[in-house]
Design a protein around this ligand. Structure first.
Ligand code: SF4
Ligand code: SF4
Length: 388
């Protein structure tokens, strides 16, 4: 059984303020960006269990007392015969390697797709869906809530495919649930003597409601690197059209003023195309009313994106799919649309000039795609689009 303790090390790496060593490797601290999505709630309906594959499960005694006072620890031990106590080095940890489990799924998953350890999940199961992205090629790390990668392909307990989880917006309950997870993480960091970390700042971010204002950037004076776009200004145009007070001439003037390096003809074409259903590359069509540019209002039941576009956007949002994987998956879901049309939509999503999504797409060093969130743009002081 592969030990997935590396997942916990990834979380430690993201939140540490000082370097530490594990298994012969030294992990260095970097600035951290905490995305407001960590305040969101997860809905895990019955009958799924898609994320519960056979894997090593890590526990600690303090998980079961201060965090879960209602759980009877000796009872868990009775169930957990064959556990390996003591994980390497000097630090003790309980690990269930599931060596005798012949199934693909975790042995704690019941036939209804429910975890039999509900309420006292192993650390990693509990911390999901909060995910960490380490900046191996960029100079900062990220923490955010995200769907399980390749969720459409993973097999559920009922044999069908597709994780059922959905996210809700932030609620009082979801915020306190995230706080609970970070309290648990704090116990773990203390256990591993990784005390100098960003957890106090993250707790303050959650408890004070500052997540409503955008991401948390740590340290505060860290400046996010600017984007490198061939044709910037799309975000500025989106925002200005949303204000519903500018004519075409005024929009053109503002775009050129903000980005004199961009050919004027590009913006002229953009301002014409955004009103034409055949060429528009924004999430919604622009209309002109009494000379003012504004987003077309939706009729009841009308949606901005086609089902194919929505599926592509969701997959990119998961941040774990390469371009080819995205095309394959969307072709599998919408075979009648045709591979070439879907390939074109996917290619356009990553093209500055033709992106039809609300957010921009960036390609990770490992070839997977992810969204460049507007939250981050709004925070980026080097982004001319958001000059006052
Ligand atoms: S312990 Fe529970 S939550 Fe974790 S993988 Fe197993 S069944 Fe799923
Ligand atoms: S994949 Fe999502 S819905 Fe399915 S068991 Fe895991 S968290 Fe729940």
């Amino acid at each position: 059984m592969v030990n997935n303790f590396g997942k916990i090390i990834r979380i430690f790496t993201a939140i540490t303020k000082e370097s530490f060593e594990y298994d012969g490797t030294r992990y260095e601290p970097k600035p951290l960006v905490v995305h407001p999505s960590i305040a969101n709630g997860l809905v895990c309906p019955p009958g799924c269990g898609a994320c519960c594959k056979k894997t090593s499960l890590h526990f600690n005694w303090f998980d079961l007392t201060p965090v879960y006072p209602a759980v009877d620890y000796p009872d868990l031990q009775n169930h957990a015969t064959g556990w390996i106590d003591s994980y390497g080095g000097n630090i003790s940890l309980d690990v269930d390697f599931q060596n005798n489990n012949q199934a693909d799924n975790c042995r704690w998953l019941n036939q209804n797709g429910r975890c039999q350890l509900h309420g006292m999940h192993p650390f990693i199961c509990d911390f999901e869906p909060i995910q960490v992205k380490l900046g191996n090629s960029i100079n900062y790390n990220e923490i955010r809530t995200a769907r399980f990668s390749k969720r459409a392909l993973i097999r559920r307990a009922d044999g069908d495919h597709g994780a059922k989880c959905e996210f809700t917006g932030p609620t009082e309950q979801s915020v306190s649930e995230t706080v609970r997870k970070f309290v648990r993480l704090e116990h773990w960091t203390k256990h591993f003597d990784l005390r100098n970390n960003w957890i106090p700042e993250i707790m303050d971010y959650l408890l004070s409601g500052k997540w409503r204002e955008g991401p948390l950037v740590l340290p505060e004076d860290f400046t996010l690197p600017p984007r490198a776009f061939k044709y910037p200004g799309r975000d500025l145009l989106k925002r200005l059209v949303g204000e519903e007070r500018y004519t075409r001439g005024q929009l053109l003037e503002k775009l050129i003023q903000a980005h004199p390096e961009v050919p004027k003809s590009y913006y002229e074409t953009l301002l014409s195309d955004c009103k034409n259903p055949a060429y528009n590359r924004f999430h919604r069509l622009v209309v002109e009313e009494q000379g003012i540019y504004l987003w077309k209002r939706l009729e009841e039941g009308e949606q901005d994106l086609s089902n194919e576009e929505q599926a592509i956007g969701e997959l990119i949002d998961e941040g774990a799919w390469t371009k080819d994987d995205i095309i394959e998956e969307v072709v599998r879901r919408f075979p009648e649309t045709g591979r070439s049309a879907i390939s074109q939509l996917v290619s356009d999503a990553a093209d500055d000039a033709r992106n039809w999504m609300d957010d921009d797409v960036v390609i990770n060093p490992d070839g997977t795609w992810r969204l460049w969130s507007r939250w981050r743009d709004e925070l980026d002081p080097d982004d001319d689009d958001y000059e006052a």
